[in-house]
Design a protein around this ligand. Structure first.
Ligand code: PLP
Length: 386
């Protein structure tokens, strides 16, 4: 099949929930992908901040190959030999004590909300404007974007909205029915919004004072994306519940929540479950991803190359750029006008980027991206900036 055949089939048989770029990707390696016509791209989308260790990292490929021939799926009615090992490795790196495994970010948020209600015996959740937590009914209820929410109301009741990066607003919003506060440590889909240094610390103090649970949605910030294993470490603030997914298994679908012991123990058998969650194949992919991050020294690379990337972007002389911001390899370039044209022009020049909130170009490449590749992205970006 060629490009046109695939697009035609897709239009006929796949529901129109996505506006796709006119490109069929067939192969990837490191920070590069190739399309069906053999064109090469530097991938600054990385499957929406998923391909942390690069496309088809040899560790991940090897681990999946080995596991797929041995055992793919058994359900959680039985132990599998990898799930507890992965939970232990996650515990060492996140500071959370116990884990529940699922298959995506939205599921991790659902599990977080359910655990918060179960632990607190209370109903309401405080969420921030500009948030994105997923598309299922629970996670959509704490996602702020009006056009995602509106067609599907009524959503779950009892969500209170506060401005992001305003800790006092959270104090004011808390009342006797508040179960938890859910926050992205850096807002991803909301436009790569990095809070001030003390925001999360202040929120933690307020939650402690008022005895409210704090949920960090680290689906996008986790697994090295912002320069340490989790944003919790970058900001030195420990949540009670942490949701993770995206980068967690090197591109294989997987999600999880971690929680501190006394919160985690609120879940009893029957409270929550997932048929596929934490299956041997996903666990093997995640363990390999963790090793790849470590052996590749990717946390350090993320910090150093991310800072370099941001610095180079700052150097671009363009009236079209409003602001460059970010942390590690989660970078946003806010334009003064719409950024859809830039996305197209960059693709034509061989760089994949995407546009969030209509005006923000998000750059979230694999952490293995090289300086030369960063330079190429910056030069091409400068050449297409208005
Ligand atoms: C992507 C994302 C989600 C949803 O993840 P899915 O795997 O698409 O369900 C939730 N929270 C954050 C912060 C995200 O970036």
């Amino acid at each position: 099949m060629n490009f046109e055949d695939i697009v035609q089939l897709d239009e006929k048989y796949v529901m129109r929930t996505y506006r796709r770029e006119p490109v069929v990707l067939v192969r990837g390696e490191g920070a590069l992908v190739w399309d069906i016509e053999g064109r090469r791209y530097i991938d600054c989308v990385a499957g929406i901040a998923v391909n942390i260790v690069g496309h088809c990292h040899p560790y991940v490929v090897e681990a999946i190959k080995k596991q797929v021939e041995k055992l793919i799926h058994i359900s959680n009615l039985y132990y599998n030999e990898l799930q507890p090992v992965l939970a232990m490795e996650l515990s060492k790196r996140s500071g959370m004590d116990k884990f529940f495994f699922c298959n995506s970010g939205t599921e991790a948020v659902e599990a977080s909300l359910k655990l918060a209600r179960k632990k607190s015996g209370k109903r309401d959740i405080i969420a921030a404007r500009g948030s994105f937590h997923g598309r299922t009914m629970g996670s959509l209820s704490v996602t702020s974007t009006e056009k995602y929410r509106k067609p599907f109301e009524p959503l779950i009741p009892g969500v209170k909205w506060v401005d992001y990066n305003d800790a006092e607003a959270i104090r004011k919003a808390i009342d006797k029915d508040t179960a938890a506060v859910i926050l992205e440590p850096v807002q991803g889909e909301g436009g790569v919004n990095v809070p001030s240094k003390d925001y999360l610390k202040e929120v933690r103090e307020i939650c402690d004072e008022k005895d409210i649970l704090l949920i960090f949605d680290e689906v996008q910030t986790g697994f090295g994306r912002i320069g340490d294993w989790f944003a919790s470490l970058v900001f030195d603030v420990k949540p009670d519940i942490m949701a993770m997914a995206k980068g967690m298994a090197g591109g294989f679908p997987m999600g999880a929540i971690g929680a501190v012991e006394e919160v985690a123990n609120a879940f009893e058998p029957g409270n929550h479950a997932s048929t596929f969650g934490g299956n041997p194949l996903a666990c093997a992919a995640s363990l390999a991803t963790i090793r790849a991050i470590e052996d590749g020294d990717l946390l350090r690379k993320c910090r150093e190359n991310g800072a370099y990337f941001i610095e180079r972007l700052h150097e671009i002389q363009s009236d079209g750029i409003k602001e460059v911001r970010g942390l590690g390899m989660l970078i946003g370039v806010e334009m003064k006008g719409s950024c859809t044209e830039i996305v197209t022009k960059m693709r034509e020049k061989g760089v994949l980027v995407n546009c969030i909130q209509e005006r923000v170009i998000r750059l979230a490449p694999p952490l293995v991206i090289t300086r030369e590749q960063i330079d190429e992205v910056v030069e091409k970006f400068a050449s297409v900036c208005p």
